[in-house]
Design a protein around this ligand. Sequence first.
Ligand code: F2R
Ligand code: MG
Ligand code: MG
Length: 323
Amino acid sequence: MLRTELSWSHRVRGAMVLAACGDALGAPFEGREPADPAEIDDWMHRSTQLMRFTDDTACTLVLADHLTRRRGIVNEDELADELAREWTREPGRGYGQGAAQLFADIARGAAWRQAAADMFDGHGSLGNGAAMRVAPVGLLPGLALGAVAGRARRTAMVSHQHPQALDGAAAQAVATALAALSIQDTPLDADRMVAAICQHVHTAEFRAALRKLPALVARAASGADVAGEVGNGVAAVQAVPAALAAFLRHPDDVPAAIGFAIGMGGDTDTIASMTGALCGARRAEKDLPVMWGLRLEGASRVWTAASALARLGRPGAGAQPPG
Ligand code: F2R
Ligand code: MG
Ligand code: MG
């Protein structure tokens, strides 16, 4: 039986908007040593400045629009063109170097499959760029978790063909789907959630990183502990487990989870964005702090894309809530 006591559309909008807020809140701290907690707290809770989003949100909006127009079906050729067009429109959103080069090549007519395979001396990108944009896949209605993971991998392939990056997209999409099916204020079982996600990753490295999380959550590890154990860098195998740790540490307190993510340092916009997607999927739009909604650049664009995605429908019988 599905246990979605909150309206599904509120969860979809919560996930999309809080992903954008996490990106924009984390962006000023990206690539820095962990910032002074007071500085993070001021920026999150007392500032009235505009919160500018980055490539994370730009790419998430592209994928949300793609899935909405195609009723949840992925067309890799079109998705690659749409991502490349978005990069051409606004190349200054802080894209990764490899991603920027790839999208420039695709915009000039290169075939995405070969261009993405050739990246980084033929290894493909292991960056978190496919995971950071994948939340809309986890918010599609009526998919079993295996289908969520498979669809996430298809969206990732157009830019991130390294096995760890594909795992990152699959893991983050499945985590988003599980968060959206969870019952808020009821304890989340970190062991069960991580075990469910592990069923959909293929590499030993990714599985090993995920398996560190239940113990970290059980001992209420600090951000520094989590960053020390799983990393906080741009690699998907670091950033996705770090985001999941932030969510599992504070599954029912959105500002605390996003503050935890930013406090880890490193790839803060991306880790906080993925944390925001998970928190929003569980807590829904009602937990969005009012000031974040007012400060977020392009807020109406994000709400519009999220609302359209939500109109695809409610989850069907294939989906299973986490324990
Ligand atoms: N790029 C950034 N931040 C840099 C600073 C931005 C600055 N604030 C500004 O405004 O200019 N952030 C964004 O990039 C990350 C997502 O990256 P994505 O899309 O995965 O890109 P890419 O280039 O494929 O990978 C990122 C880096 O990872 C390393 N790398 C990837 N694959 C590798 C491989 N097979 N071997 C070795 N290294 C590999 C490279 O250093 C890539 O440049 C997000 O943080 C997003 O916010
Ligand atoms: Mg970014
Ligand atoms: Mg980043």
